[in-house]
Ligand binder design. Structure first.
Ligand code: NAD
Length: 337
């Protein structure tokens, strides 16, 4: 049983903590918080030992009535691996300032740059190349979504070129500080960072992405066009999506034609926090015409990367050499369809 810690018990950190706790080969020894807020309080209420990453704030935690078990540095000493879920940019700083100095293996999230960490991870696409690594970045929610569906297409037909338009949620549901509230905001940097990010996972893939922000908090939505090497049919693609791990073909005709309905479906499945770990692909949108594939998918930004973190732990600690076996084990423990 490997000892895992979470540095930054926020949107991603709390979900990874629960996903790790559901496995039988790893356990959460503790989680960290900087601020004595409701997430710190719920961490303790959920049974996690809470350590503080800002020791000078100890009295603030005491005043808020939140029990702490020590400092983050004390937690790190007890761990085989830490999952750093702090806001973007802080993880890379923690890598050089803390983890490398004490020789602690660490996973980082999509807010960090590939170059700062050295290795990027998606379970289906490159599990084996991350075996035994000390520092690994689980790519962002959008990049994870693209890798999940592009990998099976590349496997069955070969990809000449991908063009994708990413419609991104403006903020997470609990975020009261970000927008847009009433605007569409194009990312004028072309390609958006998502295409180059996919290339850190699937070598030599020709992919070009454009992105825009819209006033919604539920999910991202992707519109993807793929020039294929081989001659395949729409049914071949649907079959590949059906067989792929963590991809969920859904039907508009079942009233699942929007991100709102998909999120309601996740709640109906009884998912913790109403999460949708799979990438839903609208079946009706899948079309192959003149050697080009078109499809549309959605991404639940708060949760699709969560099972990837569990698999990354298994690869880095060499608990399982076969990526497929790790994916199936994680899926079973988390109830992934
Ligand atoms: P968040 O703000 O919800 O949570 C971050 C947590 O880290 C908070 O609990 C905060 O108190 C704590 N924290 C802040 N500064 C800290 C420090 N110096 N040391 C220790 N803890 C600190 O952020 P999030 O949305 O969970 O994002 C975390 C990472 O996951 C980022 O890299 C982000 O890009 C990535 N990510 C986020 C999403 C998403 O949609 N939220 C999706 C995929 C990946």
């Amino acid at each position: 049983m490997k000892n895992i810690g979470i540095n930054g018990y926020g949107t991603i950190g709390k979900r990874v903590a629960d996903a790790v706790s559901a496995q039988d080969d790893m356990k959460i020894v503790g989680v960290t918080k900087r601020t004595p807020d409701f997430e710190a309080k719920s961490a303790v209420e959920n049974g996690y030992d809470l350590y503080i990453s800002a020791p000078e704030k100890e009295s603030q935690f005491e005043e808020a009535g939140i029990e702490i078990s020590g400092t983050a540095d004390e937690l790190f000493e007890k761990l085989d691996l830490v999952v750093d879920c702090t806001p973007g940019g802080i993880g890379a700083q923690n890598k050089t300032d803390i983890y490398e100095k004490i020789g602690l293996k660490a996973i980082f999230e999509g807010g960090e740059d590939h170059d700062a960490i050295g290795s990027s991870f998606n379970a289906e696409a490159n599990y084996e190349s991350n075996l035994g690594k000390d520092y690994v970045r689980v790519v962002s929610c959008n990049t994870t979504g693209l890798c999940r569906t592009l990998k099976p297409i590349n496997d069955i037909a070969g990809i000449k070129k991908v063009r994708a338009v990413m419609v991104r949620r403006g903020a997470d549901p609990n975020d009261v500080k970000k927008g847009p509230i009433n605007s569409i905001v194009p990312t004028t940097e072309v390609p958006s960072h998502h295409g180059p990010d996919v290339q850190t996972i699937i070598d030599d893939i020709n992919v070009m992405t454009m992105a825009l922000l819209v006033p919604t908090t539920l999910m991202h939505q992707h519109n993807i066009m793929v020039e294929l090497e081989d001659n395949i049919t729409t049914d071949d693609v649907l079959d590949a999506f059906e067989k792929a791990h963590r991809v969920l073909p859904v039907q508009k005709s079942l009233k699942l034609g929007s991100t709102a309905e998909l999120m309601e479906y996740a709640k109906d499945l009884g998912r913790s926090r109403g999460d949708m770990y799979e990438i839903p692909v609208w079946q009706e949108s899948v079309n192959v015409e003149n050697g080009e594939l078109y499809y549309m998918q959605a991404v639940h930004q708060e949760s699709d990367v969560v099972p990837e973190n569990v698999d990354a732990i298994r690869a880095m600690l060499e608990l399982e050499e076969d990526g497929e076996k790790s994916i199936l084990k994680t899926n079973k423990a988390m109830g992934i369809l």
